[in-house]
Write a protein that binds this ligand. Structure first.
Ligand SMILES: [Zn+2]
Length: 169
C-alpha cells in the first residue's frame, strides 16, 4: 500500500486543467502538498494518483530542502518505525514472561507482578515468607516418625503447659 506511506502528503481536491503533454486535453489533476516545505510538490492526473503518489513524494523528498535540513533520510521511515515497535513489543513480552517465571519459581500466587519494578518490590517479602515456611517445616520435622494422633497429643500437652504457665504468672 504505497500511498498510505505518504499519508501526511495532503491531496487537494481534483481540478480540471489543460494536459501537460500532447494532446493537451483537459483532465483532472490533484495537487499534493509536501508536509515539510508546504508547497505543491506534485501535480498528478487523478486517475494515476494511486499508482504514482508514492514515487512522486519520494522524488520530492530527495530534493526537499526543508526535509533534508531536518535531517530527514529518504528511507521508508514508517516501516522502519513499525519494525522497531514490533521488536520492542517482543522484548516486553519476553520480559513479562521472565517476570512471571521468576514469580512462579518463588511460589508466588496471583496477581503476579507485571513489571520489573513490581517484581523487585515484592520479591524480598516472598523470599522472607519462604524462609519462615522452611523454618516451620524444620521445627515440625522433630515430629517425624510420629503418628497424627501422637502429634496432636504432644501439641495438647505443650499448650496445656503454656496455659498453666500463663495462669501462674
Ligand atoms: Zn518539501
Amino acid at each position: 500500500m504505497p500511498p498510505k506511506k505518504y499519508i501526511d502528503f495532503v491531496e487537494k481536491p481534483a481540478e480540471e486543467r489543460r494536459g501537460k503533454a500532447p494532446p493537451y486535453a483537459m483532465r483532472n489533476y490533484v495537487d499534493v502538498i509536501c508536509p515539510h516545505c508546504n508547497t505543491i510538490c506534485a501535480e498528478i492526473p487523478e486517475e494515476f494518483l494511486k499508482q504514482t503518489k508514492a514515487s512522486e513524494c519520494l522524488k520530492h523528498l530527495r530534493v526537499c530542502e526543508v526535509f533534508k535540513a531536518k535531517g530527514g533520510e529518504v528511507v521508508s521511515a514508517p516501516e522502519k518505525k513499525k519494525s522497531e515497535i514490533d521488536t520492542l513489543k517482543a522484548e516486553m513480552a519476553a520480559i513479562r514472561g521472565d517476570i512471571s517465571a521468576i514469580w512462579s519459581i518463588v511460589g508466588g500466587g496471583d496477581p503476579a507482578p507485571t513489571t520489573m519494578v513490581e517484581l523487585k518490590e515484592r520479591l524480598p517479602q516472598k523470599v522472607d515468607e519462604i524462609g519462615v515456611k522452611r523454618k516451620r517445616e524444620e521445627e515440625l520435622s522433630v515430629y517425624h516418625g510420629w503418628t497424627k494422633k501422637e502429634e496432636k497429643e504432644l501439641r495438647t500437652i505443650v499448650r496445656g503447659d503454656m496455659l498453666e504457665a500463663n495462669k501462674r504468672s
